[in-house]
Design a protein around this ligand. Structure first.
Ligand code: HEC
Ligand code: HEC
Ligand code: HEC
Ligand code: HEC
Ligand code: HEC
Ligand code: HEC
Ligand code: HEC
Length: 350
């Protein structure tokens, strides 16, 4: 999170592709004031006056190809409220509030680019002058709702309650800072059960990226007081996605056969129906399928932790973990396997 936004003049080499291969919408290196992103996709911001604008071409990191970047009507809620031209869609109201510290909506200046300490710890001036535990925010000492809001302020799709703000529509929680109630500034994107939309699947799971918050608040773990930071260390770790522990070890810190939090079967093999060590025995394979689209067919993991049954695919056209992996099998096959699984109620898989 500390390196989302980078200036190619200060950090040579941050532009991943060869710009000469861009036939989608060519631009020169000199036009790039900032490079945005490196994990899934890279976008390029150009400066006009005191605003930044996203070039209409982006780099798909996984497939190593250029793709068009333009937010169409019927996708993000704000598309119809801005002219259909990237160069008339400033990043200040639409992006920068989540990729910087202290973006000032009047002066358009930031205190610092990227997700700096103060986004999660609040203002640090007094603490720097005289460091004590009492004069700095620490999510570890907040209740679970406020601790989660620290992350949800950026990891969610929603709209500010105050929109429009001085005539402009913002896509980030203007005015919120850590420790306040995010609900006073931000409404999570609406969804009607049964409908598949740009943001949601029929059951309410995230359909697109940057919805870890929208997903997680629906989960039983959220209700029981689990936080993002129980699983992630936002300061970085050696594991994928800044996880505190790799693979199943993370989940098995709180789960396991015979433990109060489940699963209920006597062994993990019985729970997963796969041998230990199989791809099909990883907790994330079934409870966090990659279904939230970030670019083209590249997807990030669901954070409701629900098992989406194969029957849901048949009924609502949403993906399920079983046949996403067993691509040569039908949803009816997977439903049948589950129905016969010992210890599992057939009523739950229909
Ligand atoms: C994206 C959010 C985020 C950012 C950015 C962030 N922190 Fe933290 N920090 C946290 C959370 C969450 C905790 C509490 C961790 C926990 O629950 O154990 C924490 C805890 C801490 C602690 C206490 C550690 C302990 O062992 O009790 C220190 C010190 C700290 N952060 C310093 C920093 C500094 C310095 C920076 C900037 C270089 C920074 N943090 C940036 C989220 C963040
Ligand atoms: C100011 C906005 C902001 C806040 C607050 C924030 N994030 Fe992020 N987070 C981002 C952005 C932007 C990225 C994409 C980073 C990149 O492209 O390098 C990201 C990426 C991540 C990733 C993926 C990193 C990877 O290497 O795959 C994790 C995990 C994550 N954040 C967890 C958290 C947690 C946990 C918190 C709360 C303690 C938090 N974030 C708070 C903006 C934020
Ligand atoms: C409400 C906060 C928020 C807003 C607004 C926002 N982003 Fe992000 N962005 C994030 C977070 C959090 C992530 C990482 C999590 C994810 O993608 O699931 C991210 C990821 C990205 C990535 C992928 C990073 C990578 O390493 O692959 C790019 C590129 C990006 N954002 C660009 C933009 C642009 C351009 C805009 C404005 C049109 C924008 N973002 C608006 C929070 C935000
Ligand atoms: C910090 C502890 C903790 C960690 C780590 C953790 N869980 Fe949980 N999990 C819980 C608690 C607490 C519950 C609620 C149990 C209850 O009340 O029945 C729960 C419930 C669940 C449920 C049941 C949800 C439902 O709707 O019935 C699933 C599935 C689950 N966790 C999956 C996972 C997965 C997958 C991981 C690893 C990625 C994980 N958990 C990591 C604490 C944790
Ligand atoms: C092959 C798929 C699969 C894998 C892998 C898997 N689960 Fe599950 N899990 C399920 C299904 C199916 C359910 C039942 C969902 C329902 O009834 O709605 C479930 C339910 C649960 C529950 C709720 C309590 C219960 O027993 O019904 C917990 C907790 C849970 N899983 C944790 C885990 C953990 C931890 C891992 C990794 C060790 C894991 N699961 C791996 C498919 C899987
Ligand atoms: C119970 C554990 C758990 C909780 C709680 C949790 N995550 Fe995750 N998260 C994971 C796991 C596991 C991955 C997948 C890592 C991988 O693919 O290897 C992940 C992946 C991510 C990613 C990278 C995108 C992707 O899916 O590949 C982001 C960003 C992220 N989480 C943010 C959050 C935020 C923000 C919260 C709270 C709103 C949160 N997570 C809560 C376990 C958790
Ligand atoms: C991440 C990939 C993955 C997921 C998700 C997954 N499986 Fe599997 N499954 C495998 C692999 C790989 C094998 C081959 C044997 C092994 O490694 O255990 C397998 C073997 C099987 C087998 C025995 C061999 C066969 O083809 O008849 C059955 C039955 C099965 N899986 C059913 C399911 C069901 C039902 C689900 C959803 C609850 C599921 N799998 C989810 C990867 C997966």
């Amino acid at each position: 999170m500390a390196n989302v936004v980078r200036d190619p003049r200060q950090s040579p080499g941050v532009i991943l592709p060869d710009l000469a291969t861009n036939t989608v919408s060519p631009f020169a290196k000199e036009a790039v004031a900032f490079v945005y992103g490196s994990i899934w996709k890279q976008r390029y911001f150009t400066k006009i006056g005191d605003d930044y604008f996203a070039e209409p071409a982006q780099w798909d990191v996984t497939h190593r190809v250029w793709r068009r970047y333009f937010v169409e009507n019927g996708t993000d809620w704000w598309a119809t409220l801005y002219p259909p031209d990237n160069m008339k869609r400033p990043t200040g109201p639409l992006c920068d509030g989540c990729h910087s510290v202290g973006y000032d909506v009047h002066t358009k200046q930031v205190a610092e680019w990227n997700v700096g300490c103060e986004r999660c710890h609040g203002g640090g001036a007094a603490h720097v002058a005289r460091p004590t535990v009492a004069n700095i925010e620490n999510p570890a000492r907040m209740d679970d709702r406020h601790a989660n809001d620290t992350c949800i302020q950026c990891h969610s799709q929603g709209r500010p309650l105050a929109n429009p703000i001085e005539g402009r529509y913002f896509d980030w929680p203007v005015g919120y800072r850590v420790g306040l109630d995010l609900q006073d500034y931000w409404r999570l994107e609406d969804h009607k059960l049964g409908e598949t939309s740009f943001t949601h699947f029929a059951d309410g799971s995230a359909h697109k990226n940057r919805m870890q918050g929208n997903d997680f608040v629906q989960s039983l773990m959220y209700r029981r007081g689990v936080t993002c930071s129980n699983c992630h260390d936002a300061h970085g770790t050696d594991n994928a996605a800044q996880l505190r522990k790799p693979g199943n070890a993370l989940c098995l810190g709180c789960h396991g056969p015979g433990q109060r939090n489940g699963p209920r079967e006597a062994t993990l093999e019985q729970h997963t129906g796969h041998a230990v060590g199989s791809q099909g025995s990883r907790c994330v394979a079934c409870h966090m399928p990659k279904i939230a689209t970030t670019v083209a067919d590249v997807r990030v993991r669901s954070h409701t932790f629900e098992f989406i049954s194969p029957a849901m695919t048949a009924k609502y056209g949403m993906p399920n973990a079983c046949t996403a992996c067993h691509t040569d099998r039908s949803t009816a096959w997977a439903t049948d396997v589950l129905r016969r699984a010992p210890g599992r109620s057939p009523w739950r898989v229909e």
